[in-house]
Design a protein around this ligand. Structure first.
Ligand SMILES: [Zn+2]
Length: 286
């Protein structure tokens, strides 16, 4: 039996009291995915969201698959991709929460500095959530099929790994690529944007047909790799140019909205734009 992949999308989460937010619309956290790669009996979950409530929904969804979950693999060290794993790990006590060593180091560091996350989603996640342990092999196996976690480089502030599923010409990309949703360029610099573009090149070099992105608009039309790669590259390049050409955050937002008004999660763009003109937040990723 061949592998299959099912995708859970969290949808947008209201951010009750976002720091520095003055826009009239409700600020939201970007819609985030978790992907179940399943064989005939076993399954691997890639990423696990952040809040306890969505973690519980995710655990039920995995249970409904009827598969034996052996592994929860975390693509990168941002808490919105693994702090929601608790309910799933409770439902599948034999499953291991793992990632590659570079990611594990960053995930542990992120779990020690919760201030930004409290500002966004405080009270909604388990502050003592488990962090992943380091994989000792370069391959994961599901019912005899091999899938490969690979570190591709830095993306939105941290080292990002992906899960390559060669049988299905699919890559589960974490935050290396985004699908029809504003990209997390908060506190990015020209250098980090250049690094991110190189990471996208490394993703393209895997020659996937399908890319399942860590953040995806629930109404995105498909996971077509070429479309996702092209739009992710173009967005970063356009943002980089717009930063250079803009004199203020609203100016930058206006330039981006000329091209990307249809994208999901405006808060991501407003926060990214504000960070480019706020000297106290210039310097590094989260
Ligand atoms: Zn993310």
């Amino acid at each position: 039996m061949s592998l299959s992949i099912d995708v859970f999308n969290s949808g947008y989460k209201p951010i009750p009291d976002p720091p520095g937010w003055t826009a009239p619309q409700q600020a939201t956290w970007p819609a985030t995915t978790a992907s179940l790669v399943a064989g005939s009996t076993d399954a691997l979950l890639v990423d696990a969201l952040i809040t306890t409530a969505e973690g519980e929904r995710l655990a039920s969804w995995v249970q409904e698959s009827g598969k034996n979950l052996t592994t929860v693999y975390i693509t990168h060290g941002h808490l919105d991709h693994f702090f929601g794993a608790g309910p799933t790990l409770a439902a599948f006590p034999q499953a291991h929460l793992v990632s590659l060593p570079e990611v594990v180091r960053e995930a542990r560091r992120s779990a020690q500095s919760l201030d930004n996350w409290r500002g966004w989603l405080g009270g909604q996640f388990d502050e003592k959530a488990a962090t992943p342990t380091a994989l000792t092999s370069e391959e994961l196996e599901i019912d005899g099929h091999s899938v490969r976690p690979l570190v591709l480089g830095r993306s939105d502030g941290v080292v990002n790994s992906v899960v390559h599923v060669p049988d299905l010409a699919t890559v589960i990309s974490g935050d290396v690529a985004y699908n029809n949703i504003h990209m997390w360029l908060w506190r990015s610099t020209p250098d980090t944007r250049t690094e991110w573009l190189a990471t996208l090149d490394a993703l393209a070099a895997l020659r996937p047909e399908r890319i399942i992105t860590g953040h995806k608009a629930p109404d995105a039309p498909d996971d077509d790799a070429r479309r996702v790669l092209d739009q992710s590259r173009r967005y970063i390049e356009d943002f980089d140019r717009a930063v250079a050409d803009s004199s203020s955050a609203p100016d930058l937002v206006g330039r981006m909205m000329e091209k990307y008004a249809a994208y999901g999660n405006l808060y991501t763009l407003l926060a990214a734009a504000a960070s480019q003109f706020d000297e106290s937040t210039q310097s590094n990723g989260s």
